[in-house]
Design a protein around this ligand. Sequence first.
Ligand code: MTE
Length: 319
Amino acid sequence: MLIKKTSDIKSSEITDEKLYHKRRQFMVGAATAATGALLAACKKSAPPNVATAPPPKLEGIVKSSFTVDEPQTSLKDITSYNNFYEFGTDKSDPAANAHTLITRPWTVAVEGEVMKPKTFDIDELLRLAPLEERVYRFRCVEAWSMVIPWIGFPLNEIIKRVEPTSKAKFVQFTTLLDPRQMPEQRYGTLEWPYVEGLRMDEAMHPLAILAVGLYGQVLPNQNGAPIRLVVPWKYGFKSIKSVVKIQFVETQPRTTWNLMGPDEYGFYSNVNPEVNHPRWSQGSERRIGEFKRRTTLPFNGYADQVASLYSGMDLRKEY
Ligand code: MTE
């Protein structure tokens, strides 16, 4: 991704094998709380906050038919190789630093062009609809991918309950803004808070989910606890983490990476092997845990379900 810090090493500059060894090194550290605390203590920015109460266990999970039958990325890799810039720009930073995020109490305000605006408590959201396990492909613009067994529910379950007006054409999502909990928000790495958006029909699509867990467990902080968006046919950066606000709006909303680099990151950001990013090929990808590259599929392999949303659009221009 595009960042301002000179100290960051671009993934494009690291060979696959080197990246692999670096990751293995960090995985050991990230897996133990003691080492995590030690790493955090070394960072000048880590505040002394600790989460208050453990989040409730996820129960009554049903299997969904919206699922891919492909080998799943290990829990270790999913939880130690992350992008969550609020906790640092290195892939290992979120696992080391996100313990400062307090996920209870937590509310999500749903407002804007709706008949019934409502602020949902996170525990109410957990009971809103049956929690489903959905194994999705997850493709990052940096040309790596994973297969993740998310636990969540369709975003449209919330949308239906607030009754959008005819003016609601887009949905904007906002991440928590609290530099005490999210140390990198003290710096100008990105414009804070992180924001993302979808067109209304994309948001209503049954594949778009709000995830509250993975691998049957409550979502780890580094993966966007307590609730994050997952849109599997789009690049990973659209899947905004730790959401506190969902607004229905009339015009196309601002999105963080589009603000940072409009030539590199468009609003739609559908996985598209035919539109290359200036720094990463989008024609192929490396599945984390594998060395051989795979061919990247249009819409990340979900074309039969979502391509019709974009009929008539020139996806080279509207990337
Ligand atoms: N959401 C917030 N709030 N902040 C971020 O930095 N990074 C995005 C996305 N959501 C990001 C975010 C990017 S670039 C990616 S690839 C995915 O989260 C990574 O999700 P993961 O760490 O669970 O794999």
